[in-house]
Design a protein around this ligand. Structure first.
Ligand SMILES: *[C@@H]1O[C@H](CO)[C@@H](O)[C@H](O)[C@H]1NC(C)=O
Ligand SMILES: *[C@@H]1O[C@H](CO)[C@@H](O)[C@H](O)[C@H]1NC(C)=O
Ligand SMILES: *[C@@H]1O[C@H](CO)[C@@H](O)[C@H](O)[C@H]1NC(C)=O
Ligand SMILES: *[C@@H]1O[C@H](CO)[C@@H](O)[C@H](O)[C@H]1NC(C)=O
Ligand SMILES: *[C@@H]1O[C@H](CO)[C@@H](O)[C@H](O)[C@H]1NC(C)=O
Ligand SMILES: *[C@@H]1O[C@H](CO)[C@@H](O)[C@H](O)[C@H]1NC(C)=O
Ligand SMILES: *[C@@H]1O[C@H](CO)[C@@H](O)[C@H](O)[C@H]1NC(C)=O
Ligand SMILES: *[C@@H]1O[C@H](CO)[C@@H](O)[C@H](O)[C@H]1NC(C)=O
Ligand SMILES: *[C@@H]1O[C@H](CO)[C@@H](O)[C@H](O)[C@H]1NC(C)=O
Ligand SMILES: *[C@@H]1O[C@H](CO)[C@@H](O)[C@H](O)[C@H]1NC(C)=O
Ligand SMILES: *[C@@H]1O[C@H](CO)[C@@H](O)[C@H](O)[C@H]1NC(C)=O
Ligand SMILES: *[C@@H]1O[C@H](CO)[C@@H](O)[C@H](O)[C@H]1NC(C)=O
Length: 554
């Protein structure tokens, strides 16, 4: 250990010139103690997006280090990026080389409550841990810790014969510590890792391929829906088909080659009830080029969130003979703007002129073209499954006080004895946290005032719902819903699972009977009803979200 300290300090002593008193006086100063009083909402946003402590004027004094001393002082100033609160952190005559199991239990105080640090000369790591609130009255307490790894020592100055002995003062560069949170939720907030876009395109395909780039010149999405009714036979003989054709005109910027990519996806074969959209292989005769270079292109399109993904494998030789071809793979996502036609519900007639089915097709195309976007080599970094710009995490934590009931309808079949059977409910609930609207359609319901799992009717439950329970008490006009959803936009590796219960007294139902069915809804003036949240909680799942479309960092 003695050797280590000598190594650090003697190593630095090599910079004898830099270790002059002048360089020490030339210390960077604390930026004006930030008067930037952020609003509580901005503070919450920074706390959950990029919690950091700025480190200013850090210095270290080691006493008798050349003769094996391990005592000394540490001092620095710090500013919390979320609150703008500054503090000075100073520890005198401490053991700079804490050893043993308890070494990490020793924390030094800073000048404000709830901010502590520790230092280890062996690794030169400085750890900070602290907690703060964004609003004195808020129950939201942020607890965070982070490590300032291997600070840069700018220079050292020895002074012998001080009252403590030989002192070595080392000045370190300003820095910052980005922290992980343990409260209100255990995540390590990540800023977007956007793909790199070079300012100029390189000449050679090999060089361009390190920053893969695509240009979509045109896109045509054709949605097909058809239903063939079979009146003579049971309803199960009705045939429904749902599919889309997608064609893309893409230029692979790496070599400027154009390709027509066509894809047909049968949406009933790929029932992705977890919300993921499939990657499908493009077919295009021109992809295999004359020199027999086989490439592959896959695309994914989510029309709800308007996200287009491309992944491709390709090779470059740049026409240099005898040089092995470079092999590349890349992936990119982009948010596109689509213009879609209105689905037309057209009846299908047979030769006798009677209706035997319906079709409903529509087309979409790019509203602005071309679209150029860069991607990542090999694999994309972890990406969120909800938007980054409209944060599901922040809104769910700090802005979920009510949800909106946008539809309520109970239908029952009336038996001859007026007994009601096969009761189904349709509820639409808007959750301002993730910004999602859950449509529960024709869900079989039990009207007994108890909590029951939501069960899918003819349609799957919305993929956004990780869990769902309902409580229906029509006699007392009460409805409750308990929903769970994920947010992973601040830390895609650690999705947060939220759990909220809403319950509300409803106005009396308005009912009507037709065709042997009774249908009950809410009065027109209660079309949208605020449902108060009776409980809201969240935990870190510790794993990725595993459902829904992957969102590019937008
Ligand atoms: C205050 O903080 C905001 C957000 O961090 C920043 O955009 C702005 O420039 C800051 N203003 C000053 C005067 O530092
Ligand atoms: C650090 O602060 C705590 C109170 O927050 C106090 O009990 C403790 O004595 C302080 N330690 C030192 C070394 O000043
Ligand atoms: C919040 O706390 C700070 C520091 O303790 C204090 O200066 C400020 O007046 C408090 N604000 C309110 C609204 O209580
Ligand atoms: C440093 O060494 C001097 C001279 O040997 C001694 O007087 C002094 O107590 C030492 N200081 C520490 C902190 O060990
Ligand atoms: C830092 O926080 C993490 C949780 O985010 C926790 O597991 C770890 O023990 C903490 N480290 C310290 C030194 O407090
Ligand atoms: C099957 O077709 C008949 C006749 O048009 C229609 O009444 C019925 O609702 C259809 N069944 C389903 C499951 O779509
Ligand atoms: C109706 O269903 C029967 C039995 O599956 C089938 O034989 C018949 O061709 C169907 N008719 C039409 C018009 O699809
Ligand atoms: C994409 O560019 C590479 C690099 O030149 C080329 O080898 C490959 O054939 C291109 N792929 C397609 C599908 O055009
Ligand atoms: C009506 O429904 C109830 C409960 O399902 C049942 O007990 C009762 O026998 C039914 N009445 C008739 C007349 O079927
Ligand atoms: C909070 O939610 C409301 C209602 O959904 C919305 O209008 C408001 O913009 C949200 N606030 C923030 C800070 O996102
Ligand atoms: C959700 O919260 C409610 C109310 O606190 C609780 O009863 C329920 O068990 C929770 N559900 C899950 C899946 O955590
Ligand atoms: C979603 O479901 C599909 C089909 O069942 C499956 O292939 C896919 O891996 C699932 N996605 C995730 C993220 O689990």
């Amino acid at each position: 250990m003695v050797y280590f300290i000598q190594f650090v300090l003697c190593g630095v002593a090599l910079f004898a010139a830099a270790c002059s008193a002048a360089s020490i006086q030339n210390r960077q100063d604390l930026p004006d103690p930030d008067p930037n009083t952020s609003t509580p909402q901005q503070c919450i946003e920074t706390s959950l997006t990029n919690p950091t402590w700025g480190i200013y004027n850090p210095s270290l004094v080691a006493v008798n280090s050349s003769s094996g001393g391990t005592q000394g002082d540490i001092r620095f100033l710090t500013i919390n990026s979320a609150t703008g609160v500054s503090a000075s952190c100073t520890a005198k005559d401490i053991d700079l080389y804490p050893k043993g199991a308890a070494a990490l239990d020793v924390w030094h105080n800073c000048s404000i409550p709830d901010l502590f640090f520790q230092f280890d000369l062996e690794t030169l790591d400085m750890r900070l841990r602290g907690s703060w609130r964004c609003d004195n009255l808020s129950s939201l307490v942020f607890m965070a810790n982070g490590t300032w790894e291997a600070p840069l020592i700018q220079g050292c100055l020895d002074e012998s014969n001080t009252p403590r002995g030989q002192e070595t003062l080392c000045i370190m560069g300003n820095s910052q510590v980005s922290a992980g949170l343990s409260s209100p939720v255990a995540i390590h907030p990540q800023l977007p890792l956007r793909p790199y876009t070079p300012r100029e395109r390189a000449q050679r395909c090999v060089d361009r391929s390190y920053d893969p780039e695509w240009q979509v010149n045109s896109l045509r999405y054709q949605h097909h829906f058809a239903q063939k009714d079979n009146k003579t036979f049971a309803q199960k003989d009705n045939k429904t088909s749902m599919s889309y054709d997608l064609s893309l005109d893409v230029t692979n910027i790496s070599d400027g080659r154009n390709m027509e990519c066509t894809v047909t996806v049968d949406l009933l074969q790929n029932t992705y009830t977890n919300g993921t959209t499939p990657w499908v292989r493009c077919s295009d005769g021109s992809i295999t080029n004359s020199s027999n270079t086989s490439t592959s292109v896959d695309v994914t399109l989510d029309t709800d969130y308007r996200i287009l993904g491309i992944r491709q494998a390709w090779e470059c030789s740049d026409g240099v003979a005898g040089v092995e071809r470079g092999q590349f793979t890349g992936i990119a996502y982009t948010n596109i703007s689509l213009e879609c036609g209105t689905p037309l519900n057209l009846a299908v007639y047979d030769s006798q002129g009677s209706v035997v089915g319906a079709t409903s097709d529509y087309n979409c195309s790019l509203s602005t073209a071309p679209v150029t976007f860069t991607g990542y080599v090999d694999a994309a970094p972890p990406m969120p499954h909800t938007y980054y710009t409209r944060s599901c995490t922040i809104n769910s934590i700090s802005n979920t006080t009510t949800m909106a009931l946008r539809a309520y309808q109970i239908e029952s079949a009336l038996q001859s004895d007026n007994n009601k059977t096969s009761v189904v409910g349709a509820f639409t609930l808007h959750n301002p946290g993730p910004g999602d609207t859950y449509k529960l359609r024709r869900m079989p319901v039990i009207d007994d005032g108890g909590w029951h799992e939501c069960t899918a009717g003819p349609e799957a439950l919305p993929w956004q719902l990780v869990g769902c329970k309902y409580m229906l008490d029509r006699h007392n006009h009460r409805l409750g819903l308990q929903v769970q959803w994920f947010c992973d936009d601040r830390d895609p590796s650690n999705a947060i699972l939220f759990n909220a219960t809403v319950e509300e007294q409803l106005p009396a139902e308005v009912c009507g009977t037709a065709g042997g069915r009774e249908s009950c809804g809410l009065p027109v003036d209660a079309a949208e009803l605020a449902m108060s949240i009776s409980s809201l909680s969240w935990t870190t799942s510790g794993q990725p979200m595993n459902r829904g479309p992957t969102m590019p960092w937008i």
